[in-house]
Design a protein around this ligand. Structure first.
Ligand code: 5AD
Ligand code: SF4
Length: 435
């Protein structure tokens, strides 16, 4: 979502007559777009902002702005402690960016003006994959989370706006779109939900792969799985944050499901799409998490066999309900639990990657490989990034047999398909397109 917002900002600034600087030292306008989801992210952003101070001293005419969720949370602190910042803008006020750049007194952090930015086209990254925002905000109020307070209420874009955007992307040569929403299962526009959006997007010419993020276990409609199963363009991949394997902790987190319910959803999904790829988010060290609670998380992780997991230490967040709980788990225990969880999950990934050896996957080529110009990067229908040992044009879909696994990355060779000519990547494939 932050990448999407950064691209929205870039397009607004470019439309106003600016061009992208090659280096930060050459830039006249520097915007730091920020995430406040964990303390660690905020600290990194604050030191990044501090590193701009010398630039501003050397070139007082440059404009420095901080956008996104950090100013939404820490406007006063930013403006008081870092006077070299010219303006701050919350995630719902990005339209003001160009006037803030020009206006010497711009400090806007208005929230809840329910911006959808539906009429704006974000700058786009390299072909062939890109994000499309389907909804913004979140109404869930998980007790640890700051997002509903800084990104505002849940709201969905009109389906025709989304499909128009996808249509344009298809014409521009994009092959893969990922729909974004903090809680994408709740997508709703005049009675039409996520299953409808996915099946309509699958009809768009040129688009070959469709993915969506992030699902919530408490609201996951199994109808989505039917669409995923029936529609070959929809990736057989689901990001379903677990957060904890202990029902007691899940209750304290206000997640709206138990360990048993989560397992039940996974079972149902796997009976429909047996080999679906699953990823998750997990927090360790939530207030009152005991060794027993943590063991339940570990056991569940071993049992479910996630293809990937994003794992975090609990970080108390301003505004959130859990900020009032006593942070009972000390830093050392949090760190040990995180390390143990990472160790267990790494073994799962290794085992699953090894099991792919010898298998053939349809791989969408996403670009040249950075380390070997005779190889390409690609992504499978199961959302797995792979290396293909041949230089193939970006956007092609080829069958690849996996031969080895390096680290976690499967590496394979294209399987020759009788009658199919694959365009080799003899032309530069680092193209950028704008809508
Ligand atoms: N502490 C640690 N992790 C958090 N996340 C959200 N809030 C916190 C927090 N306070 C994690 C959740 C979420 C992901 C985007 O970030 O796992 O799914
Ligand atoms: Fe935060 Fe929960 Fe909303 Fe995700 S669903 S953004 S964790 S409040």
């Amino acid at each position: 979502m932050n990448i999407y917002d950064s691209n929205l900002i870039a397009s607004l600034i470019e439309k106003d007559g600016n061009i992208k600087a090659e280096t930060i030292e050459n830039a006249d306008i520097i915007i730091v777009n920020t995430c406040a989801v964990r303390e660690h992210a905020v600290n990194r952003v604050l030191s990044r902002i501090d590193s701009l101070k010398v630039l501003k001293k050397r070139k007082p005419y440059i404009r420095i702005g901080v956008t996104g969720c950090v100013p939404q949370q820490l406007k006063e602190k930013l403006l008081e402690e870092k006077p070299f910042i010219d303006f701050v803008l919350g995630p719902d006020n990005l339209r003001k960016i160009t006037s803030c750049i020009k206006d010497k007194n711009g400090t806007f952090v208005k929230l809840f003006d329910t911006s959808l930015y539906s009429d704006l086209s974000p700058a786009r990254g390299e072909l062939p994959e890109t994000f499309v925002s389907a909804m913004r905000g979140c109404n869930n109020f998980c007790s640890y989370c700051i997002v509903p307070y800084v990104r505002g209420k849940e709201r969905s874009r009109h389906i025709e706006d989304i499909l128009n955007e996808v249509g344009k992307l298809g014409k521009l040569g994009y092959k893969r779109v990922t729909f974004l929403g903090q809680n994408i299962n709740n997508y709703k526009d005049r009675g039409k939900g996520l299953p409808y959006l996915l099946s309509e997007a699958a009809k768009v010419e040129g688009i070959e792969r469709i993915s969506f993020l992030t699902s919530h276990p408490a609201y996951f409609p199994l109808k989505v799985i039917n669409v995923m199963k029936d529609e070959p363009k929809i990736e057989k991949f689901l990001h379903l944050p677990l957060q904890s394997g202990s029902s007691r902790i899940l209750k304290a987190m206000n997640r709206g499901y138990t360990q048993e319910k989560y397992k039940g959803i996974i079972d149902k999904i796997r009976t429909k799409i047996e080999d679906i790829a699953l990823s998750t988010d997990i927090i360790v060290g939530f207030p009152y998490e005991t060794e027993k609670d943590f063991m339940e998380t570990l056991n569940l992780v071993k049992m479910i066999d996630f293809d990937f997991a994003y794992m975090f230490k609990y970080s108390p967040r301003k505004y959130s309900l859990a900020n009032n709980f006593i942070d009972t788990v000390n830093e050392e225990t949090k760190r040990d639990r995180l390390n143990e969880l990472i160790r267990v999950q790494s073994e799962v990934i290794k085992k699953k990657s090894e099991a792919n050896k010898g298998k053939i996957f349809d791989v969408l080529i996403t670009g040249e490989n950075e380390k070997n110009y005779l190889a390409s990067n690609g992504i499978t229908l199961y959302n797995k990034r792979v290396i293909v040992k041949e230089r193939i044009c970006t956007g092609e879909i080829v069958k690849v047999r996996i031969e080895e696994v390096k680290g976690w990355t499967p590496i394979g060779t294209p399987v020759k398909e009788p009658g199919k000519n694959v365009a080799l990547g003899l032309v530069p494939n680092r193209q950028k397109r704008r809508m």
